[in-house]
Ligand binder design. Structure first.
Ligand SMILES: Cc1cc2nc3c(=O)[nH]c(=O)nc-3n(C[C@H](O)[C@H](O)[C@H](O)COP(=O)(O)OP(=O)(O)OC[C@H]3O[C@@H](n4cnc5c(N)ncnc54)[C@H](O)[C@@H]3O)c2cc1C
Ligand SMILES: *[C@@H]1O[C@H](CO)[C@@H](O)[C@H](O)[C@H]1NC(C)=O
Ligand SMILES: *[C@@H]1O[C@H](CO)[C@@H](O)[C@H](O)[C@H]1NC(C)=O
Ligand SMILES: *[C@@H]1O[C@H](CO)[C@@H](O)[C@H](O)[C@H]1NC(C)=O
Ligand SMILES: *[C@@H]1O[C@H](CO)[C@@H](O)[C@H](O)[C@H]1NC(C)=O
Ligand SMILES: *[C@@H]1O[C@H](CO)[C@@H](O)[C@H](O)[C@H]1NC(C)=O
Ligand SMILES: *[C@@H]1O[C@H](CO)[C@@H](O)[C@H](O)[C@H]1NC(C)=O
Ligand SMILES: *[C@@H]1O[C@H](CO)[C@@H](O)[C@H](O)[C@H]1NC(C)=O
Length: 385
């Protein structure tokens, strides 16, 4: 009986293994030849494909793995990493992955919480968009074209380089990739006034599963709607996005106020829930709650961090907080006036005076082990809660 079971188990394993064996028989040469054929430039594409035999394979793979849970030797590795330089390479990767039964994972900034842009349970190819990251800003038209492989930090920097009074509403972490971020929504400090990054996308270039290059007009409004929030990796590969830039004043004001439980944090958090959504749209106050060791002997308490961007100067900010949220007791000393792009560096957590060029650094200093989930509170949590 035991043998019988084992035999069946082996048979099952063999059956399951069969498709894998089929994939494995496609040699690297076949896949590479297919890429050359479909990209119309054999010499160019071979220099853009990494297999485990290439010495830089691991560094290219690891560089944008943001979640350290997946930066391990046992994590599944791709058969190929393709790093396209133009649309024809994207089209070739899509067509050839299908032809050779390889799953394709598209990676822009690699900040996916579950590593979906660089992991798979079956043999796979990573289409890494990092080289497709040009940004062109049109100040007159107040728009920009940005390729998916750019980071939001690069986008902010390129906008500010051309105008002190234009900005873009997207996330706080500068190393987040445009490709995954815009596909899922994208929110940050300008959320209250201008909505999500995806709300400000007005055109896009997408390569679909048949390898066709589509824009807003040729993809149609349904697909164009889906790629702005429906989640990355679902509807095709977005190569670039046309976005509407938004006006920002030349001076904005920021503050970060810390209050422990002993400093009435509980009351303030409760009050914040009642006022934060009714403040003027120019005022964004986010709240972070974390544990905190106070005193030399490390008494454990809680700390509430109120972090703010105000689209205006300190005088009018103080008027607003005094009338709408007096309990927080915001003082002039708490506040700093700066340009919008400096506020981007501030919210990214860098100390004051850090050169703006830090936003061009694509390698993240926030890599950690994490498992995070988000939820939305629709009713204020009562003070007892
Ligand atoms: C440290 C950190 C800070 C963050 N801060 C914020 C924040 O302030 N605000 C916020 O809204 N979110 C934030 N996020 C979440 C972030 O917006 C999402 O994880 C987003 O999907 C990351 O995009 P990416 O291109 O970096 O990720 P990737 O891992 O490259 O991609 C994410 C998903 O999109 C797909 N995808 C990638 N590129 C393309 C493309 N060109 N076409 C089609 N599909 C594609 C991938 O296959 C994957 O499924 C943060 C995440 C981290 C890790
Ligand atoms: C092919 O790519 C190489 C390297 O990028 C380039 O020098 C060459 O001009 C390209 N040839 C064609 C026909 O596009
Ligand atoms: C990887 O190695 C192959 C074989 O040596 C080579 O042809 C190819 O150009 C290498 N890829 C890169 C990105 O250097
Ligand atoms: C806490 O709140 C009480 C009552 O509202 C107030 O009297 C007290 O001054 C506050 N304490 C601090 C540290 O703000
Ligand atoms: C910290 O601990 C030391 C040694 O136990 C004690 O003397 C001191 O009073 C403590 N300080 C505080 C603030 O509790
Ligand atoms: C408000 O802050 C000022 C300056 O930090 C402080 O002197 C004052 O006591 C605070 N008032 C309240 C009610 O907490
Ligand atoms: C970019 O950031 C990484 C990680 O924080 C750091 O090690 C590196 O020195 C930075 N590079 C530059 C040029 O600032
Ligand atoms: C995940 O959650 C932890 C704990 O709250 C937080 O410190 C970290 O910033 C979060 N990471 C991301 C990527 O959201």
């Amino acid at each position: 009986m035991a043998n019988f079971t084992l035999h069946h188990l082996l048979l099952c394993l063999l059956l399951f293994a069969a498709p894998l064996v089929a994939f494995a028989t496609s040699t690297p040469d076949d896949f590479l030849q297919c890429l050359s054929l479909h990209s119309g430039n054999a010499s160019a594409i071979s220099k853009l494909v990494y297999t485990p035999i290439n010495s830089s394979y691991s560094s290219v793979l690891d560089i944008t793995i943001e979640n350290l849970r997946f930066l391990t030797p046992s994590a599944p590795k791709p058969n190929y990493i393709v790093t396209p330089l133009d649309v024809s390479h994207v089209q070739a990767a899509i067509i050839c992955s299908q032809q050779y039964g390889l799953q394709m994972r598209t990676r822009s900034g690699g900040h996916d919480y579950e590593g979906l842009s660089y992991l798979s349970e079956v043999p796979f190819v990573i289409l890494d968009m990092a080289n497709l990251r040009s940004i062109s800003v049109d100040v007159e038209d107040k728009t920009a074209w940005v390729q998916s492989g750019a980071t939001v930090g690069e986008l902010y920097y390129r906008i500010a380089e051309k105008s002190k009074t234009l900005g873009f509403p997207a996330g706080l972490c500068p190393t987040v990739g445009v490709g995954g971020h815009f596909s899922g929504g994208g929110y940050g400090t300008l959320l209250r006034k201008y909505g999500l990054a995806a709300d400000n996308v007005i055109d896009a270039q997408l390569v679909d599963a048949q390898g066709r290059l589509l824009d807003r007009e040729s993809m149609g409004e349904d697909l164009f709607w889906a790629i702005r929030g429906g989640g990355g990796g679902s509807f095709g590969v977005v190569v670039s996005w046309k976005v509407k830039l938004v006006p920002v004043p030349s001076t904005v004001t920021v503050f970060t106020i810390l209050r422990t439980l002993e400093q009435n944090a509980t009351k303030l958090v409760h009050q914040w829930q009642l006022v934060a959504n009714k403040l003027p749209d120019d005022l964004f106050i986010r709240l972070i709650l974390q544990s905190y060791n106070s005193g030399p002997n490390g008494t454990r308490t809680m700390q509430a961090i109120f972090q703010t961007l105000y689209l205006g100067g300190v005088d009018s900010l103080l008027e607003v907080t005094r009338s709408s949220f007096p309990e927080l007791n915001v003082t002039r000393q708490d506040c700093t006036e700066m340009s919008w792009i400096e506020s981007v560096v501030y919210f990214a957590g860098f100390p004051s005076g850090t050169p703006l060029e830090i936003l061009l650094n694509r390698s993240s200093n926030t890599k950690t082990f994490f498992k995070n989930k988000s939820d939305y509170v629709r009713e204020p949590i009562p003070e007892s809660g």
